[in-house]
Design a protein around this ligand. Structure first.
Ligand code: PMP
Length: 423
């Protein structure tokens, strides 16, 4: 039972027809990066073939066409997350978006951006709150910002079942809190965090909210303004789009008050030898030549997702996620991380196999054409929380079939015997 026509969808993704080690590919690493439909590949090639030109500059016809496609892409991607066009800043990905915010807030702390930016300035004693389940991309930039400004970091702990400890959150987010940065969906647990509740905690004390939507944007319908989040980031390559492109959403009032991070061409109004005035958002955050063909292809990716319908995408992936956990749970020696039905989820499951290193599990599965992710998935603190250094992660996307999942489960049931683990 699925909400999507999986056979038709799979035919749109050329890479899925490949064989790996003599087996059809069962690609269960979409959490790391998704495969691309032909429509996305074609959109990027078509731009490079027919329209390639610099945007926002030339007076010539091609430049105008390229600019139109680039700005239309912004509208499409902004619309996909419920944002207005000028609330979407192109970045190279989520990591770049979070660093942009952290460095811009650091610049505001140094007095850059004048009066308007003062609201962002941090003082010693201020707190930045994140969670124990963050990807390093939503942790280290805040560690660095804290070190540069004298602010203190706090972390909302994770319960044994993988959910955030919301009782602790209610005390950790207090009057000292200026920023609450958290992931919408854990890239290890697949749990959808209670965004509305977290935002309410931040709003109660006037803290800025930063949502890492990397693992939600490809899988659930998103309306960022309706969620009430101040800033959010996502990566194109995880949502059927190309590498090197992502988005930073910000409420326009905030983006226009924030000083820039990267400076240079294309983000200014007037420049003298000693001074520069900056354009409003989003251009003030888009210094230098932008990833134009990638933006156009990302728009094709979100058109593809929109065509499927995000509620249907989510329903399909939830079905797969249940099948993964139900299939893995009874296998002797398997421990699922965050195995709870008390939280909504996306199509992702991580587990450890007693007595077998995650890397060995990954190689054993790969020999059977099953591609999974192994390691700490850029979330070392979360793995430490569960007393492990590495795990195996299977993650789905729109093209993932029940057969992919069943082959993964079958392969995992043979792992311990293969490695001679009996206890
Ligand atoms: N946050 C989360 C939750 C992620 O899963 C990832 C990618 N694994 C990132 C941030 C970083 O994304 P990127 O590497 O595309 O910048």
């Amino acid at each position: 039972e699925t909400a999507l026509d999986i056979e038709a969808i799979r035919a749109d993704f050329p890479l899925l027809a490949h064989e790996v080690n003599g087996h059809p590919l069962a690609y269960l690493d979409s959490g790391a990066t998704s495969q691309k439909p032909q429509a996305v590949i074609d959109a990027e090639v078509a731009f490079l073939t027919n329209t390639n030109s610099a945007v926002h500059r030339g007076a010539h016809t091609l430049a105008a066409e390229a600019t139109d496609l680039f700005e239309d892409a912004r509208s499409t991607v902004a619309g996909f997350v419920g944002a207005a066009d000028d609330e979407l800043v192109w970045t190279s990905g989520a990591t770049a978006g979070i660093n942009l915010l952290a460095y811009s807030i650091g610049n505001a702390t140094l007095g850059r951006g004048g009066e308007a930016a003062r609201r962002f300035a941090l003082r010693p004693g201020d707190t930045i709150v994140t969670t124990e389940s963050e990807h390093h991309a939503n942790l280290i930039p805040w560690q660095e910002l804290a070190a540069r400004t004298g602010a203190t970091l706090r972390h909302i702990p994770v319960l044994d079942d993988g959910r955030l400890d919301m009782d602790a959150a209610a005390t950790l987010v207090d009057d000292s809190t200026r920023i609450l940065a958290f992931t919408h969906v854990s890239n290890v647990l697949g749990i959808i965090n209670p965004v509305e509740d977290l935002i309410a905690l931040a709003q109660r004390v006037g803290a800025l909210t930063v949502l890492d939507a990397c693992q939600s944007a490809p899988h659930v319908a998103l309306d960022l303004p309706a969620l009430g989040v101040d800033f959010a980031v996502f990566s194109g390559h995880k949502m059927l789009g190309p590498y090197g492109i992502g988005g930073l959403y910000g409420r326009s009032e905030l983006l226009n008050a924030l000083p820039p991070f990267l400076t240079g061409g294309s983000m200014i109004t007037t420049v003298t030898l000693d001074h520069a005035d900056y354009l409003p958002a989003p251009q003030r955050f888009e210094a230098g030549t932008q990833p134009v063909s990638q933006a156009v292809a990302l728009a094709a990716a979100v058109d593809y997702l929109t065509g499927l319908g995000m509620p249907a995408v989510h329903a399909h992936e939830v079905m797969l996620e249940k099948r993964m956990r139900e299939g893995l749970r009874p296998i002797p020696g398997i421990r699922l991380l965050g195995d709870t039905d008390l939280a909504p989820r996306v199509g992702l499951a991580s587990f450890v196999v007693d007595g077998v290193h995650a890397h060995d599990v990954g190689q054993f599965l790969d020999a059977q054409g099953v591609a999974v992710r192994v390691g700490h998935h850029c979330a070392q603190p979360l793995h430490r929380r569960f007393g492990v250094t590495a795990s195996v992660r299977a993650s789905a996307s729109v093209y993932t079939s029940t057969e992919d999942v069943d082959r993964m489960i079958d392969a995992v049931s043979g792992v311990r015997a293969f490695f001679g683990v009996t206890s």
